[in-house]
Unconditional design. Structure first.
Length: 179
């Protein structure tokens, strides 16, 4: 079975988006789109996005609508024939079930990322667009709700190295050599 969807999960700061971009390069010449909940979130007015990210105030954001819209867009792109790398934070069983249900027809390759708290904290402070409170909540709650095909601790391994290994795994799966 040819893989057309890779879902990267992990807490904020584990390197999901960075890995997705590195993986797009590692999978060339095949073209893979990178999509996430943030793809929809960042369509909102900047002041609302800043309030959510920098102040951890999500009162003006309909998170359920953002999530369902992201899944609907991703499914439309997949049905049009695109390959996709989708990154997301899954914080509970309901979120895991929702994601698996949304992507059931695509048989996604599930990639789980983790990272030490000290490195997550360093990355969060360096990027400056998330609160430590949000990062800590994700650190404590993400990661235990799915069975992943591939797991990696990103604390000390570069995104390029991880992407190279993961691209090999995805290609093996496409050839029927992996699950």
């Amino acid at each position: 079975m040819s893989a057309n969807l890779i879902v990267i999960t992990g807490a904020s700061g584990t390197g999901k988006s960075t890995l997705a971009r590195a993986l797009q390069e590692a999978l060339l010449p095949e073209l893979w789109l990178h999509f996430s909940f943030d793809s929809i979130l960042y369509c909102l007015p900047q002041s609302i996005v800043d309030r959510a990210n920098r102040e951890n105030d999500w009162s003006l954001v309909d998170s359920k609508l953002i999530v369902s819209s992201a899944y609907a867009c991703a499914k439309t792109l997949l049905s049009a024939g695109h390959r996709m790398i989708f990154d997301c934070v899954i914080l509970n069983e309901k979120g895991a079930s929702s994601m698996l249900s949304a992507f059931r027809e695509s048989s996604p390759v599930l990639v789980g990322l983790s990272c030490s708290w000290e490195e997550t904290k360093r990355r969060t402070l360096a990027r400056g667009d998330r609160t430590l409170e949000e990062a800590e909540y994700g650190f404590r709650n993400a990661g235990n709700h799915l069975t992943h095909d591939y797991t990696v601790d990103t604390t000390a391994t570069s995104p390029t190295v991880i992407a190279s290994r993961l691209a090999e795994h995805v290609r093996e799966r496409a050839l029927g050599g992996g699950t």
